[in-house]
Write a protein that binds this ligand. Structure first.
Ligand code: SAM
Ligand code: SF4
Length: 476
């Protein structure tokens, strides 16, 4: 399916303040799309997103579909005729959030508003959601977003119980329109679902089996994004480096990275999340060969103990993981490494935690996302005994975070005096204060007398660091 009109639409509707682009691809838009654009207004929608970057990007697709149907986006649920929650179920707290949001609407059940639950909780709970919150009329998992126009038509026609819950379709990449939130950096999902079977993780259940998007379709969209002024693309997937090109071209993931970087106008290419088992030398070689590939790898380890890794079914040992780290450290340019860690997995002993702490010393990560283990439905670890009390999980999390804080304090102070190229993405309310990302994915807040810096690349020299961030000033 051609997506040439997607980005024109997002420029028309994003309110980004950029000039309207009436050129590229508009002639390809369907009559239905025009009808939507030309204001056959159906009402207003409010869309709240929970969870990861893949969910953020899914919401961009959902917003695109709604805007093309003539809906207008509003900032609060109170002023919306259609209220949608794009949900996350990776940890229990995240899943609970949506039920507390839904509870807020129980009081207004008959006021005519349509309420929908999208994403992982929708997929996980399915029609149960109608029982828990009878005022919900749409339940739709991420693989069914391309069907949203039909599902919405059913809801608009008065159907009170509409579901889209297939989760093994490869139509998942192709929603008719996408409305991106950020005018300079574009997310692009290249692989959906997950075929790994980590014992704690609900993703294979909620997002279904692995499906990779055709390389020619990815590259076509990247070229269109570049033509519209996007200079950074971030390729997304739960295990992005497990990408398998379904076309006869059979591009390797590393070849795809290089091809994306070759698109004229693209200055930076990121990818997340990489699975250690599929992280291979050719990816490091590609980063070495092409400076546009960002020097950052997010490589979740989950635990430093081989015993726990086995119980987690992570498919690698501590030693094998450290070999991958050595491979990355062996690159010609310095590549920053971040990770995810779970503490308090069933059966994790004090010695296992010690091993995770010693892994932090061995790798010296640039950033760590640490989580307390949360038992999830439909996962093998739900049946494991030896559960660890909540207070003990909190203690372990605090110990781990303190250790990483010390490592970052040293790392950040060693960066003072260094100069980085930043893509400026934020402007502070404070006069002359901006923020941006380095290629290695560090955020630097910096001072500059210049005005219109958003979306520009600037050189910034680091003048100070805290455990959590860096400050600097623009160099001329
Ligand atoms: N696919 C990625 C990988 O394999 O590393 C991770 C995707 S998951 C959305 C993001 C992180 O959530 C995981 O790396 C893990 O640390 C954490 N996570 C997943 N399931 C969890 C659970 N049941 N309890 C706590 N944290 C969990
Ligand atoms: Fe979940 Fe493991 Fe798949 Fe990551 S690799 S999404 S943690 S099952």
């Amino acid at each position: 399916m051609s997506k040439t009109f997607d980005i024109v639409l997002e420029r028309l509707t994003s309110g980004s303040g950029l000039p309207l682009d009436t050129g590229v691809g508009m002639q390809n838009a369907s009559a239905e799309l025009h009808a939507g654009l030309l204001g056959a207004s159906r009402g207003t929608f409010f869309l709240e997103t929970f969870g990861c970057q893949m969910n953020d990007h899914d919401s961009e697709k959902v917003a695109g579909v709604l805007l093309s149907r003539g809906y207008r986006q509003v900032e609060s649920p109170e002023s919306a005729s259609l209220i949608l929650y794009n949900t996350c179920s990776i940890r229990e707290k995240a899943a609970q959030k949506v039920f507390s949001r839904l509870g807020e609407f129980g009081l207004h059940q008959n006021d005519g508003r349509i309420i929908g639950v999208l994403g992982c909780v929708a997929q996980q709970e399915g029609e149960e959601i109608f029982k828990r919150a009878p005022w919900v009329s749409l339940v739709c998992g991420s693989a069914s977003y391309s069907k949203l126009p039909e599902l919405l038509a059913q809801v608009e026609a008065g159907n009170q119980r509409v579901t889209g819950l297939d989760n093994d379709t490869d139509e998942t990449f192709e929603t008719p329109v996408t409305r991106r939130d950020n005018p300079w950096r574009a997310y692009l999902t290249i692989i959906e679902g997950c075929d790994k079977a980590c014992s704690y993780c609900v993703v294979p259940y909620t997002r279904g089996p692995e499906r990779s998007r055709a390389s020619d379709s990815i590259l076509r969209e990247v070229r269109q994004l570049a033509e519209l002024g996007y200079s950074e693309v971030q390729l997304l997937g739960q295990t992005v480096n497990s990408y398998k090109d379904p076309t006869a071209r059979q591009m390797r993931f590393s070849d795809l990275l290089l091809a994306v970087a070759d698109a004229p106008g693209i200055r930076r290419v990121r990818f997340t999340t990489s699975h250690p088992r599929d992280f291979t030398q050719d990816i490091v070689d590609a980063i070495d060969a092409q400076p546009k590939l960002c020097n950052h790898v997010h490589l979740p380890v989950q635990s430093g103990s081989t015993r726990v890794l086995q119980a987690m079914q992570r498919t690698y040992s501590r030693e094998e993981y450290l070999e991958k780290i050595a491979m990355i450290r062996g690159a010609k340019r310095s590549i920053s490494i971040t990770t995810d860690i779970i503490v308090g997995f069933p059966g994790e002993a004090e010695e296992d935690l010690e091993e995770t702490l010693s892994l932090l010393d061995a790798v010296r990560y640039d950033g760590v996302f640490a989580f307390k283990y949360s038992p999830r439905p439909h996962t093998p670890s739900l049946k494991m005994r030896d559960t660890i009390p909540e207070e003990e999980k909190s203690r372990r999390l605090a110990v781990l975070q303190e250790k990483q804080r010390e490592i970052q304090t040293v790392k950040h102070s060693s960066l003072v005096g260094e100069t980085f190229e930043l893509l400026v993405g934020g402007k502070s309310r404070r006069e002359n204060q901006w923020s941006g990302h380095t290629s290695c994915h560090r955020v630097i807040n910096f001072a500059s007398q210049e005005q219109a810096l958003l979306g520009k690349y600037v050189q910034v020299s680091v003048t100070g660091g805290t455990p959590t961030g860096l400050v600097g000033e623009q160099t001329l």
